[in-house]
Design a protein around this ligand. Structure first.
Ligand code: ADP
Ligand code: MG
Length: 619
């Protein structure tokens, strides 16, 4: 039989290998930025179009390449950075596999321009799908420019697999942040679709963090410095009170390389123990310096994971130095034994019984309820009698007075998506004659229905009510806004501003009025009627964090996310006591919704228990 094994042609091998190195535009950004850093640049420019799908270009002012090197740089395993296997263990550079440029050139159109300082002229090479299209002598400044166009042009499946521009751009920005944070001594500029997204001058580490994450970051940073024989730590942790709902301000760098380590992350959490609220994450920006011989970074192709020889020691040192810093800055709770107890309460309150303060907030007031936008609580009882709520109300009316007509009335009720509702009211065994609500543990509202009992979760139910109201308003685009006496100025980081920018229109439809929307700040002159001014910034932060966790793919889902996030922030909370009018209003509004049975995040809003169920229990 003939031999059947053949060596793959180079371009096929390259394409296969490229899959490992280049997963998405952000991978190209990472490789190009790292090459620019390895070339000793001090100014690096990143230019991106259409989230990298059309163009990714990195221009540096580093040492450049000779003509021969320029040509060689696209060969697989061509690297100037290591010479032998031993060198792998004393790495000071980012790259070492000599694979990135070969891989990128296999799956894109690449144009390289490069010149070394001492040379008069530089080299330009155009390469498409591993095929060199041209090589010329050009006039170009010192350094290297690599433009990558039409990524995955010859692998349509990969191209189609890319996410929306929003998602891909976020990945690019994440990579950009990581590289820029690891190198505050290098100036970085990033452009997206022709406008400048980041301009980070060379400076101190603190300044770099603030330039990326916004001015308000400054006050929350606590320095961490430690030097031991095996490990040097420098950087910052965020004060616990500024902890975030997302993990996107958590950065470890080992020898200037961004890494992910669940183990070291645990060390930080341990240091913060007792200082953090649930569901919040400490910010940290920590640089660890270790002997390169004691780590192995070659265990993952994208090189964000790392193996340490002595993890346990690193863990212990890291935890104690973070703890120490938090303590030094008086962030740990202090026990003050010298305090004069008599000062704790004003003397005339001594011996008096303490009663819980009560606050009457009308959180169930819904500004999106038609025609009632400026009503105060007193008018709930009238507003819920309006269509389509009236159907629900009439169920009770029917039960009360016109016993025989009920069956017919019920059949007129249209529930759009809830067959379950139907069954609630179609049962014949109506015992209840009066419609009452009762609040249980400031959490559930209980109401009697014909078949037995209905229990609704006040927080989830109100979320549903607000959510549908918000959706309606963002789609029909009429806002009910309350004017603020003084404009409210808020600071955000550049990437947060980018997110808000995308949501701006939708926010306006809910009632937000922006008078300024630029750089890292915005000014608000109007807010939706049921949003208290003091909560605006919390609400927007929650919104950003929600959107960051679930980057919207299309316009529609952005609106949806906004409505979900706002309804979550604005809904009456568990633990809030409601008047009976409010309870009734909530009940009625819920059943006026299109999908009353679940919250916007698909959690059950109410359950029912029939008299039969009770009967069984009493058997
Ligand atoms: P690696 O970085 O792993 O060595 P790459 O494929 O990324 O592999 O790059 C191959 C070689 O091309 C590098 O070793 C370097 O010599 C050269 N090179 C790449 N980018 C640049 C740049 N921006 N400036 C100077 N030389 C570069
Ligand atoms: Mg490289």
């Amino acid at each position: 039989m003939a031999d059947i094994i053949q060596l793959l042609p180079d371009h096929v091998a390259n394409q296969i290998a490229a899959g490992e190195v280049v997963q998405r535009p952000a991978s190209v950004v990472k490789e190009l930025l790292e090459n620019a850093i390895d070339a000793d640049s001090n100014l690096i420019k990143l230019i991106v179009k259409d989230a990298g799908k059309t163009l990714i270009q990195v221009i540096d002012n580093g040492k450049g390449m000779s003509t021969t090197d320029a040509r060689l740089s696209f060969e697989r395993h061509a690297t100037s950075k290591i010479r032998s296997a031993e060198d792998l263990f004393s790495l000071n550079t980012k790259g070492f596999r000599g694979e990135a440029l070969a891989s990128i050139a296999a799956i894109a159109h690449v144009e390289l321009k490069t010149k070394q300082e001492q040379e008069e002229l530089g080299t330009q090479i155009v390469i498409e799908g591993s095929e060199v299209k041209s090589q010329e002598v050009v006039v170009t400044p010192k350094g290297t420019s690599i433009a990558v166009k039409h990524l995955f042009f010859n692998i349509p499946a990969r191209r189609n697999f890319l996410k929306s521009n929003n998602v891909e751009l976020r990945h690019i920005i994440d990579e950009f942040h990581r590289v820029a944070l690891a190198h505050p001594d290098i100036a970085f500029i990033m452009f997206h679709n022709g406008s400048e997204s980041f301009n980070l001058p060379k400076g101190k580490y603190r300044q770099r963090i603030v330039n990326i994450f916004g001015g308000k970051t400054n006050e929350k940073l606590v320095p961490v410095e430690e030097e031991t024989e095996v490990l040097k730590i420098s950087g910052f942790v965020g004060k616990p009170e500024f902890a975030r709902k997302t993990k996107n301000e958590q950065f470890f760098f080992v020898n200037n390389r961004f890494i992910k380590s669940a183990y070291l992350n645990h060390a930080i959490n341990a240091a913060f123990e007792g200082l953090m609220k649930d569901n919040s994450y400490p910010s940290y920006f920590l640089n660890l310096t270790v002997d390169p011989k004691t780590i192995d970074i070659n265990i993952h192709p994208t090189k964000t994971e790392i193996k340490f020889d002595d993890e346990h020691t690193l863990y212990a040192i890291l935890r104690s130095s973070v703890k120490h810093s938090l303590g030094q800055f008086n962030i740990a709770p202090v026990l003050d034994f010298d305090r004069d107890r008599n000062l704790d309460t004003p003397y005339d309150f001594e011996g008096k019984r303490v009663s819980n303060p009560t606050i009457d907030v009308d959180r169930s007031f819904n500004p999106f309820q038609e025609e009632k936008s400026s009503n105060k609580s007193g008018s709930f009882s009238t507003s819920y009698r309006k269509e389509p709520t009236a159907h629900w109300e009439s169920l009770y009316v029917g039960l009360e007075s016109k016993g025989t007509k009920t069956t017919q009335e019920f059949s007129e009720v249209q529930f759009e998506s809830e067959p379950q509702n139907q069954s609630l009211f179609n049962e014949k065994s109506a015992i209840e004659s009066k419609h009452r609500t009762y609040q249980l543990h400031n959490k559930y509202i209980i109401s009697t229905i014909k078949s037995g009992m209905l229990i609704l979760d006040q927080h989830r139910a109100h979320q549903r009510v607000l959510y549908e109201g918000l959706l309606k308003h963002t789609t029909i685009q009429e806002a009910v806004s309350q004017q603020l006496l003084f404009p409210l100025a808020l600071q955000f980081s550049t990437s947060e501003m980018e997110l808000l920018e995308q949501l701006k229109e939708d926010l306006e439809h809910t009632g937000f009025v922006f008078s300024k929307f630029a750089n890292n700040s915005l000014e608000i002159t109007g807010v939706p009627v049921n949003v208290p001014e003091s909560e605006v910034s919390i609400i927007l932060e929650q919104l950003i964090s929600d959107v960051e966790q679930e980057v919207p793919d299309s316009n529609f889902s952005a609106t949806d996310l906004l409505a979900k996030s706002l309804s979550k922030s604005l809904a009456i909370k568990t633990g809030q006591s409601l008047t009976s009018t409010e309870q009734e209003y909530l009940l009625n509004s819920l059943f006026a919704c299109k999908e009353p049975s679940v919250s916007p995040t698909n959690k059950t809003t109410f359950i029912t228990m029939s008299v039969d169920d009770f009967d069984k229990k009493f058997m």
